[in-house]
Design a protein around this ligand. Structure first.
Ligand SMILES: Cc1cc2nc3c(=O)[nH]c(=O)nc-3n(C[C@H](O)[C@H](O)[C@H](O)COP(=O)(O)OP(=O)(O)OC[C@H]3O[C@@H](n4cnc5c(N)ncnc54)[C@H](O)[C@@H]3O)c2cc1C
Ligand code: FES
Length: 251
């Protein structure tokens, strides 16, 4: 883990609520793996307090790609930053990452949750694994990472709630089309993860999920990000995760 200052090289609006921030990060880029995240200082003042957690969506040379939805004060301030500005970052964070076992991998991203899987997908492909991305959102305009999927040449299936792009319906239904020899990894809103967990009990898939609980410290000390395990103990998502097997956590 390193606390460092990175230079913003680009900060662009994509679509829906999604923005893309590119950061020059020679200090840490080589150490980042799929599933890692950073705590970014979105404001140098106490308004808002604390850093915000973001998955590293991709690494290109010494540049990091952060795909982020503008949802509140912190991300609004992020969207106002300009190329050339500097931003403090702490990371890479996350001790337990996705599994590289298995030959066939189905990666399910709900909305900006796809950013938690994108770099991992590239790693799997470079290891010769078969990778299919499944990307779902409310409507076509919220599929802002579609260009990334196309540029990278991945096979993908799209879902939207309203049918404005791809298939109409919920991303979770796709599990019934792929047999249990496919390893499933997922990142997205909690209801989506809950549904995947439920369906996988019927289909028999092994499921890994990256949880995006609210985080204050990002390195295990504040207990702000805990989830329960089935035995009633707590797991810190930032420290024992952020990736868990579906049966290891109560959602
Ligand atoms: C490990 C990890 C990785 C993440 N990766 C990404 C990413 O790649 N791209 C991205 O856009 N976001 C990501 N998030 C979520 C991101 O941290 C929050 O959206 C961000 O902190 C919101 O800050 P804000 O000040 O704009 O919003 P706030 O004002 O703090 O909150 C605004 C709204 O967003 C909700 N919210 C805040 N944090 C979260 C959260 N963690 N999960 C769900 N809802 C939240 C709040 O409940 C509230 O409704 C990640 C979170 C974690 C823990
Ligand atoms: S965010 Fe502080 S313990 Fe996880």
């Amino acid at each position: 883990m390193t606390d460092c200052e990175l230079t913003i090289t680009e900060n662009t609006y994509l679509s829906g609520r999604l923005w893309l921030m590119k950061l020059r990060a020679p200090q840490i880029a080589h150490r980042i793996k799929g599933g890692h995240f950073l705590m970014l200082e979105v404001s140098p003042t106490y308004d808002p307090m604390g850093r915000r957690a973001f998955a590293v969506g991709d690494v290109r040379g010494d540049e990091l790609l952060i795909f982020y939805d503008v949802v509140g004060r912190g991300t609004t301030l992020m969207s106002q930053m300009k190329a050339g500005d500097r931003i403090r970052a702490f990371g890479p964070l996350g001790k337990r990452l996705f599994s590289y076992e298995g030959d066939k991998h189905l990666l399910l991203g709900g909305g900006v949750g796809l950013a938690g899987l994108s770099l991992y997908g590239k790693e799997l492909r470079s290891m010769g694994r078969e990778v299919v991305f499944v990307y779902g959102a409310r409507s076509a305009e919220h599929l802002g990472m579609l260009d990334w999927l196309r540029e990278e040449g991945f096979e993908y299936i799209l879902y939207t709630d309203d049918g404005s792009a791809g298939r109409k319906g919920l991303i979770t239904e796709v599990l019934r089309e792929f047999d249990a020899s496919w390893t499933v990894s997922a990142c997205g809103p909690k209801p989506m993860l809950k549904a995947i967990k439920k369906i996988s009990k019927e289909t028999g898939h092994v499921v890994y999920m990256s949880l995006e609980e609210r985080m204050a410290c990002g390195w295990g000390v504040c207990l702000g990000c805990v989830v329960r395990d089935p035995e009633g103990s707590y797991r810190r998502v930032c420290w024992e995760g952020p990736v868990f097997r579906a049966e290891e956590v109560v959602l």
